[in-house]
Design a protein around this ligand. Structure first.
Ligand SMILES: NC(=O)C1=CN([C@@H]2O[C@H](COP(=O)(O)OP(=O)(O)OC[C@H]3O[C@@H](n4cnc5c(N)ncnc54)[C@H](O)[C@@H]3O)[C@@H](O)[C@H]2O)C=CC1
Ligand SMILES: CC/C=C\C[C@H](O)/C=C/C=C\C=C\C=C\C(=O)[C@@H](O)C/C=C\CCC(=O)O
Length: 255
């Protein structure tokens, strides 16, 4: 069953290159029928500890994991084909990996934008009816930096603007409608995670960032995962781009 057509309690299997978004699985009574998930991250320690925690809670068989660097085509392909063969179909893909790095801006673009493109193309391939899929949902995690300028982090902002444009563009493609593939995009403001602990050189002005953050405030991860859940549980919303700030969530675009 696809989340789109049936609303609540419909998550069954996920293929997720992500870190914090796994918390959505704890979040809502409406997803308390635990889907089978495949978690992925380039960092094996983060991945293993997350999976151990989830396996203890939900059962060994529910949680798969595989280390994957989203910069590497072959690793991303392998991740998706293993997930597809373990689960027989994919219902939801979340492209969530991201870094801030103005010094190594090529890396920043390769992870944040190209990584999302690699994951989206694999998602489309495995969800397409002609390949034995039956549609599904692809959520790309951008940032508010994908819709507003960020002077202390231009490469990061460019990568996230790219994610917003990429997601909206696929959402309007007729093949996605025919194949029941839904594209969504989440644009959170600052949330309390590791990405905020930047080192020298990662930003073009640590002070500027800190002052800005003081003004906007920093959200809890739970607020973001709540918005994520609302986004995927809204039916027929392909092309939706949702912002999440301390003031609440807002639909910025609908295709
Ligand atoms: N925390 C925040 O303030 C905001 C975060 N975001 C976005 O949310 C997403 C998740 O980030 P957070 O959980 O906040 O930060 P995080 O730093 O905790 O998580 C990012 C994860 O991406 C993984 N990663 C890095 N390079 C990778 C690669 N090459 N291949 C696979 N995985 C890789 C890291 O190991 C890490 O676990 C990112 O795309 C970020 O840009 C968006 C808006 C605000
Ligand atoms: C060092 C941090 C790196 C990455 C974290 C994150 O991805 C970067 C965010 C960059 C900009 C955040 C801007 C936040 C702005 C606000 O919270 C408010 O000024 C709201 C502004 C517009 C909201 C649009 C809306 O929802 O109405």
């Amino acid at each position: 069953m696809k989340p789109r057509s049936t609303g609540r309690n419909t998550l069954r299997r996920l293929a997720v290159p992500l870190s914090e978004v796994f918390k959505v699985l704890h979040l809502k009574p409406s997803v308390d029928i635990m889907p089978q998930v495949c978690l992925s991250d380039v960092n094996p320690h983060i991945l293993e500890s997350t999976c151990t925690e989830l396996r203890e809670k939900y059962g060994q068989d529910k949680v798969h994991y595989q280390v994957c660097d989203v910069r590497d085509d072959a690793q991303v392909e392998d991740l998706f084909s293993k997930a597809k063969s373990s689960f027989s179909k994919l219902d939801l893909v979340v492209n969530n990996a991201g870094v801030v790095d103005e010094q190594d801006w090529l890396k920043c673009i390769d992870i944040n934008l190209n990584g999302v493109i690699r994951g989206s193309l694999q998602g489309i391939k495995h969800m397409k009816k002609e390949n034995g899929g039956s549609g599904g949902t692809i959520v790309n995690v951008a940032s508010l930096a994908g819709v507003v300028p960020v002077s202390y982090s231009p490469a990061y902002a460019a990568s996230k603007h790219g994610v917003v444009g990429y997601t909206r563009s696929w959402a309007g493609h007729p093949d996605m409608k025919t194949n029941d593939i839904r594209f969504l995009c989440l644009c959170p403001a600052f949330a309390k995670t590791e990405i905020l602990k930047t080192k020298e050189g990662q930003l073009l002005g640590q002070k500027m960032a800190e002052e800005f953050m003081k003004k906007t405030g920093v959200m809890s991860v739970d607020q973001v995962t709540q918005a994520f859940t609302d986004l995927i549980e809204t039916p027929d919303n392909s092309g939706s781009v949702m912002s999440v700030t301390l003031q609440g969530s807002k639909l910025l675009f609908q295709v």
